[in-house]
Design a protein around this ligand. Structure first.
Ligand SMILES: [Zn+2]
Ligand SMILES: [Zn+2]
Length: 371
């Protein structure tokens, strides 16, 4: 069948909306009619060369849709089911899935290649040849053929245009605070960067009972939004935040510093390391070009103060459980999703949406395929 999709043919080029040939689902695959897809910064990282992928590739990895057709061996979903996709598949049986670390599933080895785990592709273009699907999803497309290991069936009454955010940004941010940061009641947590991921680190820290949640972001609109999401303080730069944390904690320092900025750099990691006190934890969630070294710290300061510096992927979530868990929190009015969506775009407006993201105008934009 045919589908219209947003394709990147190389770095530093805009998305091109092209008509592609899409394969029928194989035995363990699912054909989805896309309802919504979130505009995450990771797709922009492909444009900017900070995510090194195989081109050509269809962007989009925060996906929600309705099942159109399933392969012969698929049992977990059926046509008509509502699905939110996880940006990492979970096979359920590898070493990582079996030990409660689905975010590290071995099946995710080809998500930057954009192929299925066996190296084959499901989309092609007359002139470009085989076209990859970012994160095995490629959700900037009207239709997508995905692995059933990427699918999470969700309650049919939930609006998919809000639920879609639980495919990447929400669990990544929320889990950065709750799972990786281990925020506990009474803690002081600093969040660097309060965009589509960081805003959920704020929500997570609030849920976990932090006494103070300090947001740091140069964009005024994002700081104001963070306060609405439960941050107790918001500052434009790290120095102001550090001074406030010192005062708030009687000189002890923060318990967690969460680095959730759009593009990671050495400065934010160093600021985070300095703002946490003894026994504190620094979590790095944002990425940068893998060639760039972004962590330069004193090992002695780490030892003497017993500080932990760790990376987290997908907020150390188990997507097959956490996507459902977070949506049930939303359903109960305990997690904000609708408020994260600043703007909606059609597939043809995708590049405008990413310009808005670059300009700091949006917390989260979504492609709305129903528009
Ligand atoms: Zn993402
Ligand atoms: Zn696995």
């Amino acid at each position: 069948m045919k589908t219209r999709a947003a394709v990147l043919t190389g770095p530093h080029t805009p998305f091109e909306i092209l008509e592609l040939e899409l394969d029928e689902p194989g035995p363990h695959e699912v054909l989805l009619k896309m309802t919504a897809s979130g505009l995450c910064h990771s797709d922009l990282h492909m444009v900017d060369g900070d995510n090194v992928v195989r081109f050509p590739i269809v962007g989009g990895h925060e996906a929600a849709g309705v099942v159109e057709q399933v392969g012969s061996a698929v049992t977990k979903v059926a046509p008509g089911d509502h699905v939110v996709c996880s940006f990492t598949p979970a096979c359920g049986i590898c070493r990582y899935c079996s030990t409660g670390r689905q975010n590290l599933c071995n099946m995710g080895a080809t998500i930057l290649e954009g192929s299925m785990p066996d190296g084959t592709f499901r989309m092609r273009h007359d002139e470009l040849g085989e076209v990859g699907a970012f994160c095995m999803l490629g959700s900037f497309s009207e239709y997508a053929t995905v692995s059933d290991a990427s699918c999470v069936k969700v309650d049919p009454w939930l609006p998919l245009d809000s639920a879609v955010l639980v495919g990447c940004g929400v669990p990544t941010g929320w889990g950065t605070a709750v799972n990786a940061g281990g925020v506990r009641p009474g803690d002081t947590t600093v969040v660097y960067g309060v965009g589509g991921v960081g805003m959920n680190a704020v929500q997570g820290a609030v849920h976990a009972g932090a006494k103070y949640v300090v947001a740091v972001d140069p964009v005024d609109f994002k700081r104001r939004t963070a306060l609405e999401f439960g941050a107790t303080h918001a500052f434009a730069d790290a120095a102001e935040a550090a001074a406030a944390v010192k005062e708030l904690t009687w000189g002890e320092g923060a318990d967690q510093a969460l680095c959730v900025v759009g593009v990671m750099d050495e400065q934010v990691v160093s600021d985070a390391f300095d703002v946490v006190g003894k026994g504190g934890t620094v979590v790095i969630t944002g990425v940068a070009n893998p060639e760039k070294l972004t962590v330069h710290l004193s090992g002695s300061a780490m030892v003497y103060n017993q500080k932990t510096v760790k990376g987290t992927l997908f907020g150390s979530s188990n997507p097959q459980y956490d996507i459902v868990r977070l949506l049930r929190l939303y359903d109960a009015g305990r997690l904000k999703l609708d408020e994260l969506i600043t703007s909606r775009y059609t597939l043809d407006q995708l590049n405008d949406g990413y310009q808005d993201l670059r300009d700091g105008k949006i917390i989260r934009g979504i492609l709305d395929f129903t528009k």
